[in-house]
Design a protein. Structure first.
Length: 489
């Protein structure tokens, strides 16, 4: 009996999305079981835990991001639930990416399949910290839905809702606002490209789109004003981010009073818009969206000039969309090559960290198959992984649930692992150092001395007053790896 020949195009048309979801499942599954060792997630869950105990962000406990990520951490309660939330959110993000890809590439199933597959892989693997529940992993989802709504909107309310979704991206992390800027620029370009222009309609929809973006942000200011935390919120989530923007620093080469790195990126983004403007009648909506979104998100990712790979996640959606243009029928086929060159150049020029990917999956799946012990599995994530869990167990058995503790650490995961809140406003040593919180911390420690104080020997920055306090008022009861546990006299 002759075998029926498989038609690749028909197979992709019927089953491609199921294949993509299976791929995403196996790429993301290890993230649900790895130990809680990532410092940023420790901060998010520490703040979320504090909120559940009645603390107000920025006033009672500090970090320098907008509040939406902390609200998600508070909703999740613990590390596993937080990673599970990211797991489900990521699958939904892949679905909406496929919808946007279908909108842009129509019946070209190969273009939709390729772009969605690349997005799934690039947004999931450890190379770009896709396994970590950072803000970028969440904001690309709200931005994707925002772009889809913006392009399909027929009613005025849909433009407002699209702006609202981009606002959520910014409330996860301020660079998410650049996705809104890309959509606004795209709307302007599409309006200019029309033969018959309705200026009133464009003005009304642009106004609603902008109001949708501004309203949620304004509501957060109103909320924190009612909580007597307006200035703390404004300072922490907005003003204190400027020191992170290395491209803005005054020691950089200047031109017309502004840093050259910043000016060069602004100029590059403007040139992309100018290029699209002059070729607006020859280029598809897919190309216009891809190049605008890519240039604006690249500007956002490089704004701080810091080498953290999760910054690049914001670029992944337009980068993946570019590969769908490989199947275009004209010169737009050069777009994928262009984005690859620019992406690779920036990755190497800014020396972004490289997380090993193959060994990450080998470590998990050998453990899952019973070929590796839990201790050996944990050891892959650093020598402190086991110590963290042992210390958390000690704290939970030697303190009451309502007690606060203090940890001199840059690894704040111990707070949510032990289900205890910090004394004072700061969850990490680098917060105290970067934001000059020494005096506030000492005042809090003296006003409410914690029964247990934990000292991480890996923190090398000096804090003489804290060292004196520990020497005079505490005694060491236990050492676990490089973690010292002190009890109050």
């Amino acid at each position: 009996m002759a075998h029926k020949k498989i038609n690749l195009k028909n197979w992709i048309k019927k089953y491609w999305l199921a294949f993509v979801f299976i791929l995403a499942f196996f790429l993301r599954l290890p993230s649900l079981f790895e130990p809680f060792t990532y410092g940023d997630e420790g901060i998010y869950l520490t703040l979320g835990q504090a909120m559940r105990k009645g603390a107000v962000f920025y006033r009672d406990i500090h970090d320098n991001k907008p509040p939406l990520l902390y609200f998600l951490a508070a909703f999740a309660e613990n590390f596993f639930n937080y990673r599970l939330l990211l797991f489900v959110w990521s699958l939904a993000t892949i679905y909406f990416f496929s919808k946007l890809s279908r909108l842009l590439f129509g019946k070209n199933n190969l273009a939709v399949f390729l772009s969605t597959s690349i997005f799934t892989i690039a947004s999931s693997v450890r190379l770009f910290e896709g396994n970590i529940a950072n803000a970028e992993n969440f904001l690309i989802g709200t931005s994707l839905i925002g772009f889809y709504l913006f392009l399909t909107a027929k009613k005025n309310s849909q433009y407002f809702l699209a702006g609202f979704l981009f606002s959520l991206s910014a409330l996860f992390k301020i660079p998410g606002a650049f996705d809104f800027a890309a959509a606004f620029a795209l709307g302007l370009l599409l309006f200019i490209s029309q033969k018959e222009k309705n200026y009133k309609l464009y003005a009304r929809r642009s106004t609603l789109f902008t109001l949708g973006f501004l309203l949620p942000i304004a509501l957060t200011f109103l909320y924190y004003a009612c909580q007597n935390a307006f200035w703390q919120y404004l300072t922490a989530a907005f003003f204190q981010n400027f020191p992170y923007l290395a491209s803005w620093l005054p020691d950089k080469p200047q031109a017309v009073g502004l840093p050259l790195p910043l000016l060069s990126r602004v100029l590059a983004t403007f040139l992309v818009f100018a290029f699209l403007f002059f070729l607006r009648k020859r280029l598809s909506v897919a190309t216009k969206l891809t190049l605008l979104w890519f240039s604006f998100s690249l500007f956002a990712a490089l704004l701080s000039s810091r080498p953290y790979p999760h910054y690049l996640l914001q670029i992944v959606p337009p980068f993946a969309l570019a590969f769908g243009l490989l199947f275009a029928k004209n010169k737009e086929k050069v777009v994928p090559a262009l984005t690859i060159v620019v992406f690779t150049f920036c990755f190497h020029t800014f020396h972004f960290w490289r997380y090993p990917t193959n060994t990450y999956y080998q470590n998990f799946y050998t453990y899952a198959l019973g070929l590796k012990s839990k201790n050996d599995y944990f050891a892959y994530f650093g020598k402190d992984a086991q110590s963290l869990y042992q210390t958390a167990a000690y704290i939970k058995t030697h303190t009451n649930p309502e007690e606060s503790i203090f940890i001199w650490t840059n690894q704040p995961s111990l707070y949510p692992l032990s289900e205890r809140s910090p004394v004072g406003r700061y969850a990490a040593a680098y917060h105290i150092i970067d934001f000059n919180g020494y005096e506030d911390t000492l005042v809090a420690l003296k006003a409410s001395p914690p029964r247990y104080l934990i000292w991480f020997l890996s923190v090398k920055q000096p804090f003489p007053a804290l060292e004196a306090l520990v020497e005079n008022e505490y005694f060491k009861v236990k050492t676990i790896g490089e973690i010292e546990i002190y009890r109050h006299l």
